[in-house]
Design a protein around this ligand. Structure first.
Ligand code: CUA
Length: 356
């Protein structure tokens, strides 16, 4: 009943007054500039087009609150304007209006009515919070651990035994049934905040503390979000990309990610150089001695569309610039320039480009 009621309110509001407001609200500077996806097909970080059950619940609640507040606003403004017009002082009227000191019915009305309104808002908010805040994984969910780092995201799939970065891939269904995604949120350093508006609420990612977030996508697609808690210099470059796949596509993606890195002999020079430098202390490339966990896993680097957590597209030229000196693309990031000569950078980039 409640869902149908709020849907009607939402439709009414959408038709009459909201398009302009929404356009302004849905494009904040940080969100508009951070994603580097191709323009035209760029996923939008709007919270007004939910594609996941908890995001729908949150939006429904927002519309209800909006409608009640708009109703109060309109009634109050109408009364004020009516009083101003009706009781304005005419030119030659010098008499004072009747003064009312204390009126039980009036005082009762302006106490009880707002209290009831607040109580209704409290109840519907509490119901939504309990619905979306799950302390245990829903049955059959896919559990993924998200680790916030300065300034990138680690996605750990314990069920499948691999780790990836910045691009979260999830299935829409499992065995034909829609699947819940149950995220465990941890931080490696400072407080971050995980927020993909089309898929769910915002949840802080806190050091030495575990939070959970439930998503249940309703449509395949690519959705974007951002770190939503200021976490240092490169806070604005912590793009989250979530790809919701049809079941078979997701299984193919998992099978690919589970493989060790390819060992292409034509790039042995770059590979040897990579494995001889300090790169291996921070990065993991499965199937090699590189097993660092401080920085993104590079086993399937080229399967990702962006580098530096969304700071640039994953192209050979950007990769070259990054390996040469990451501080150019992402000033302040934790990766230093390795001070390699140009030949060394070329060879390492050639090697990285094979990590499909
Ligand atoms: Cu991480 Cu802001």
């Amino acid at each position: 009943m409640h869902r149908r009621g709020t849907a009607a309110i939402r439709n009414a509001l959408t038709r009459c007054m909201l398009p302009a407001i929404l356009a302004a609200l849905t494009t904040t500077d940080a969100l508009a500039t951070a994603p580097v996806c191709d323009s035209g097909t760029a996923p939008s970080p709007t919270m007004f087009a939910p594609r996941s059950v908890p995001a729908e619940l949150i939006l429904d609640l927002s519309w209800l609150v909006w409608a009640i507040c708009a109703g109060i606003f309109l009634i109050m403004e109408a009364l004020i304007i009516w009083c101003i017009v009706k009781y304005r002082r005419s030119k030659d009227d010098r008499t004072e209006a009747p003064q009312v000191y204390g009126s039980n019915p009036i005082e009762l009305a302006w106490t009880v009515v707002p209290t009831l309104i607040v109580f209704v808002l409290f109840l519907v908010s509490a119901r939504t919070i309990f619905e979306i805040d799950k302390s245990t994984p829903p049955e059959g969910s896919l559990e993924i651990t998200v680790v916030g780092h300065q300034w990138w995201w680690e996605f750990d799939y314990p069920e499948y035994g691999f780790i990836t970065a910045n691009e979260l891939h999830v299935p829409l269904t499992r065995n034909g049934e829609r699947v819940s995604i149950y995220l465990t949120l941890e931080s490696n350093d400072v407080i971050h905040s995980f927020w993909v508006p089309q898929l769910g609420g915002k949840k802080d990612v806190v050091p030495n503390h575990i939070n959970h977030l439930w998503l249940e996508p309703t449509m395949p697609g690519t959705y974007v979000g951002q770190c939503a808690e200021y976490c240092g210099t490169q806070h604005a470059n912590m793009l989250i990309t979530v790809v919701v796949h049809p079941e078979e596509d997701f299984e193919a993606w998992v099978a690919h990610q589970q493989k060790d890195a390819v060992h292409d002999m034509s790039v042995a020079t770059g590979r040897d150089l990579f494995l001889r430098t300090a790169c291996i202390n921070c990065h993991t490339i499965r199937g090699t001695v590189a097993n660092g966990s401080f920085a993104p896993d590079l086993t399937h680097l080229m399967s990702r569309s962006v580098i530096g957590a969304g700071v640039a597209r994953n192209t050979p030229a950007n990769l070259h610039s990054w390996v040469d000196d990451p501080q150019i693309l992402k000033p302040g990031c934790r990766m230093p320039s390795m001070k390699l000569d140009q030949n060394g950078v070329d060879e390492i980039v050639k090697y990285l480009l094979t990590l499909k």
